[in-house]
Design a binder for this molecule. Structure first.
Ligand SMILES: C[S@@+](CC[C@H](N)C(=O)[O-])C[C@H]1O[C@@H](n2cnc3c(N)ncnc32)[C@H](O)[C@@H]1O
Ligand SMILES: Nc1nc2[nH]cc(C(=O)O)c2c(=O)[nH]1
Ligand code: SF4
Ligand SMILES: [Mg+2]
Length: 209
């Protein structure tokens, strides 16, 4: 039989909380703006270059009541970014309802590989070849942020851009360990294909979380 805690996690009433921090959004459309980050554990997508592999195993992150998460977040910022791990592995409706009741702006960082749950003011979709996004997430995405690890990823980026809604803002972001070789490729690509914009992980240059 499932434990009581596991049942609450399954319903999104508790979530495996890896870390939370108040920082500057480093990436994409909202880069440079203050936001409180909630990092939820659990991801089975398996990107070999993932910069938070410690997030993958949900069992090592303590199941935490969403009321506590929301009350704490509200003390720091009007903008709350839910990331992971892959937050859409869990039911995001209960947590985002609480955040919206408090008048907060809810943003998500997602691979889109699971069904869309939650109420969102901003959806950043960063699709992965290993587990493609679901149709609902392509439709709802506000920004598409494709990670460029090698040349083949430009083709993947175009395939993904063809799937999103036409208001979706398009970004190419260098994979961090390959940045010296891929940044020049991204610069040339964006000049030749100006529907795209460059996104950098500016928090890593700023040495902040
Ligand atoms: C750690 S993921 C968590 C959210 C979700 N699982 C996802 O992949 O969108 C947060 C963001 O960091 C990006 N990212 C992860 N590792 C990266 C790396 N080594 N270089 C550049 N971006 C990376 C992801 O593509 C995603 O946009
Ligand atoms: N500052 C900062 N900005 C971010 N934008 C997306 C992040 C993430 O890991 O989801 C992230 C992060 O980890 N830190
Ligand atoms: S989907 Fe996101 S959290 Fe999961 S492995 Fe890929 S980058 Fe990491
Ligand atoms: Mg990060």
């Amino acid at each position: 039989m499932k434990s009581e805690v596991q049942e609450l996690v399954d319903k999104g009433i508790m979530l495996p909380l890896m870390e939370e921090f108040y920082t500057i959004q480093g990436e994409g459309f909202h880069k440079g703006t203050a936001a409180y980050f909630i990092r939820v554990g659990g991801c089975d997508v398996g990107c070999h270059w993932c910069d938070v592999k410690e997030s993958w195993n949900p069992d090592i992150h303590p199941p935490t009541q969403i009321e506590a998460i929301a009350n704490n977040a509200a003390m720091y910022s009007k903008t709350i970014v839910i990331t992971g791990g892959e937050p859409l592995m869990w039911d995001m409706n209960p947590l985002t309802s609480l955040l919206k009741e408090k008048g907060l702006d809810t943003h998500i960082e997602t691979s889109g590989a699971y069904t869309l749950s939650g109420t969102w003011d901003w959806i950043c979709l960063s699709p992965k070849k290993l587990k493609l996004p679901t149709p609902e997430v392509y439709q709802a995405a506000n920004e598409l942020k494709v990670i460029i690890y090698n040349k083949a990823d430009f083709k993947f980026a175009e395939e993904q851009a063809a799937q999103v809604n036409d208001k979706c803002i398009l970004y190419l972001q260098p994979e961090w360990s390959k940045r010296d070789t891929v940044i020049p490729l991204i610069v040339d690509y964006v000049m030749a294909n100006p529907k795209w914009m460059v996104s950098l992980q500016t928090h890593k240059y700023l040495n902040i979380p």
